[in-house]
Every structure is written in structure tokens, then in C-alpha cells.
Ligand binder design. Structure first.
Ligand SMILES: C[S@@+](CC[C@H](N)C(=O)[O-])C[C@H]1O[C@@H](n2cnc3c(N)ncnc32)[C@H](O)[C@@H]1O
Length: 314
């Protein structure tokens, strides 16, 4: 679908994330990481099972403190007023409120917001809790106010905006002088990172495939009978891949940059699929994540996750 057909594209985008919310609410007894990182239920699928893996400790290893630093920088002052744009099923808004913030959180997907509201109602961590108000709304269309917020955040959502420069103008206007803007975006990675992802998935014991199945897949790839895995994009991501560069350009032009990191070039998928006893899983994961960090630092591969935090000049 093309960006010229904007209304259809937004409807498709909302439907795509509604379907993801459906998967996350399929089983009452399970809480997804994206709904509440503190209450997420650990679940390692069995071989052949098509369910999502949930492993809070593995996610924390992959984030390597980046996510915690992000939260602390957004919740940078007591009682901060914060905008969480494209909040999805609400894990970040919840964490920010648990750090005392008052959060206005917006998303296009009614089902994601319904799940976020449920998690808010059930939240057991009440001490020092600020507040969250959820809205089903297209944030590219609404007025975000003038010098109203101490921080504006979008975790994996700014690059879903159809017109990033216009959107970033609104974000800048909404921030108080000295306010914080933060974004996490999924970046294109290049062939080497994709190759390393396959390599580590091949050599590590993973729950999704036996070594026999892996050898068969390699054979099919080499003989052209199978294609490499396609990356999954939402309709808006598919229609417009230039947004991540536009975000970086707007950050550099408008704000004072405090953090700009890229990591996890290839470790994510293989590490999340490792099977076996926990001690082995986490030890292997640390090794692969270490190699990933090193190759990113040496500039040999480019990280998939980019975190940028910046300040509006006073
Ligand atoms: C990759 S998800 C990230 C969700 C959440 N921040 C998280 O970390 O789980 C991107 C989110 O942006 C939302 N989104 C996309 N376009 C939007 C728009 N124009 N207005 C509001 N939300 C939007 C989607 O519905 C989706 O929930």
C-alpha cells in the first residue's frame, strides 16, 4: 500500500496492531512483555509450537541497561508530565507512572489500548504511582499542545508517522524548554547482520528447529529452493522506510543529543530461541550478545535497535 493512500494505510496499520493485541490476549494466564515488563509471564514454547516466547530476563540481557536508562531519562524529574506516543499495550506508560510520572498515552490500535487499560487497572505497584490516561487516537493528526510536557517518548513508534518532519515540529512545540525527547527505532541492518543471525540460530540449540531440520534448511537455501526469512513490517513501515533517517536528522537539527546508541545487530532472534536449562540458555546468550556488542562497537555490523535521547534547548 502506498503512502499516497494515507487513510487506507492508517486503517491497515490499526488492524495490524489490533491483530498483535489479539495474539497477546489469546491466553488469560499469560502477560506479554509489551503489556507489563514487571508482570510478564515467562514462557518458553515447546518444539513446533507457534506461540511467542516470553522471557523477561532474556529481554533484559538483550537491552543491556539501555531500556532502564531510557526510562530514567524520560522520567527525569519528580511528577514529570510525559507524552507516550504510539504506546501500544502500555508497558512503557506503566513504567513511567511507576516512576512518578503523569502520562498521556496515545495509540491508533483500539485493542492495544484496551489491553493497556486492563494492565493499568490490575497494576499492583501502587507506591509512588503517578497516573496514566489512555487515548485511541492518531497522533499525527492531533494537537500536542505548546510547552506542556517535560518529556515526549516514542518507543518504536516515531518511525510509524507518515510525515516525520511535521510530526517532530509538533513534538518540539509540545516540550517545555529543557524537556526530554526519546525514541527507540528499528533500523535496517544489512546482509552481514542477517547472515550472523542465521549462523547463530544454526549453531545454538533452539526450540523451534532440530539440527536435522536446520541442515535441511541450509541445503534448500544453498540450492535456491528456499528464500531467506522476510523481515516483518507493519503497513506504515512497509510504505516508508526513510523515516528512521528523518528522525535522526530532526533530532540533530532541533535538540541537544544526550544518547545515541545502536545495538543488537543479530543477537535478538537466536538468543530468544535458545532452549535447554536456564543456566545454559543465559550463559550462551551472554556470549552471543557480547559478540554482537563488540562487532557493533568495531563498526563491523550495525545495530537493529537505535535509542536516541535529547533535550530541548532552554
Ligand atoms: C512497534 S509498535 C510499538 C508499541 C509500543 N510503543 C511498544 O513498545 O510496545 C508501534 C505502535 O505505534 C502505533 N501507531 C502507528 N501509527 C500511529 C499513529 N499515527 N498514531 C498513534 N499510534 C500509532 C501502532 O498502533 C503501534 O501500537
Amino acid at each position: 500500500m502506498s503512502i499516497d493512500n494515507l487513510e487506507d494505510l492508517k486503517r491497515a496499520e490499526a488492524k495490524f496492531f489490533d491483530q498483535i493485541a489479539d495474539i497477546r490476549t489469546e491466553r488469560d494466564e499469560q502477560i506479554a512483555m509489551e503489556a507489563d515488563i514487571r508482570r510478564a509471564t515467562k514462557y518458553i514454547p515447546k518444539r513446533g509450537e507457534k506461540r511467542f516466547l516470553i522471557d523477561p530476563k532474556m529481554t533484559a540481557l538483550l537491552e543491556g541497561g539501555g531500556r532502564d536508562q531510557y526510562i530514567q531519562m524520560v522520567a527525569h524529574k519528580p511528577g514529570a508530565r510525559v507524552l507516550d506516543l504510539g504506546c501500544g499495550s502500555g508497558w512503557l506508560a506503566l513504567e513511567l507512572a511507576r516512576n512518578g510520572c503523569h502520562v498521556d498515552a496515545y495509540d491508533l490500535s483500539p485493542k492495544a489500548i484496551a489491553l493497556a487499560k486492563k494492565m493499568l487497572e490490575e497494576n499492583p505497584y501502587k507506591e509512588g504511582f503517578g497516573s496514566v490516561t489512555y487515548h485511541v487516537q492518531d497522533v499525527s493528526e492531533i494537537d500536542l499542545g505548546v510547552e506542556t510536557y517535560d518529556a515526549v517518548s516514542g518507543w518504536s513508534s516515531f518511525h510509524h508517522m507518515p510525515d516525520v518532519p511535521a510530526f517532530m515540529d509538533k513534538v518540539e512545540r509540545a516540550l517545555k524548554p529543557g524537556g526530554i525527547v526519546a525514541t527507540m527505532d528499528d533500523m535496517p541492518r544489512g546482509h552481514l547482520a542477517q547472515g550472523l543471525e542465521y549462523f547463530f540460530e544454526f549453531i545454538l540449540p533452539t526450540y523451534n528447529l532440530t539440527y536435522g531440520q536446520k541442515i535441511a534448511i541450509v541445503f534448500k537455501l544453498l540450492t535456491g529452493k528456499k528464500q531467506y526469512r522476510e523481515e516483518i513490517f507493519s503497513p506504515m513501515e512497509e510504505a516508508k522506510h526513510s523515516s528512521v533517517d528523518e528522525i535522526a536528522a530532526a533530532f540533530k537539527e532541533k535538540f541537544e543529543i544526550l544518547v545515541n546508541i545502536r545495538h543488537n545487530a543479530f543477537a535478538g532472534t537466536p538468543v530468544m530461541r535458545i532452549t535447554g536449562p536456564d543456566a545454559l540458555r543465559y550463559a550462551l546468550a551472554r556470549l552471543v550478545i557480547g559478540v554482537d556488542r563488540l562487532l557493533c562497537k568495531l563498526g563491523i555490523v550495525k545495530g537493529f535497535e537505535r535509542i536516541m535521547v535529547a533535550r530541548k534547548r532552554a
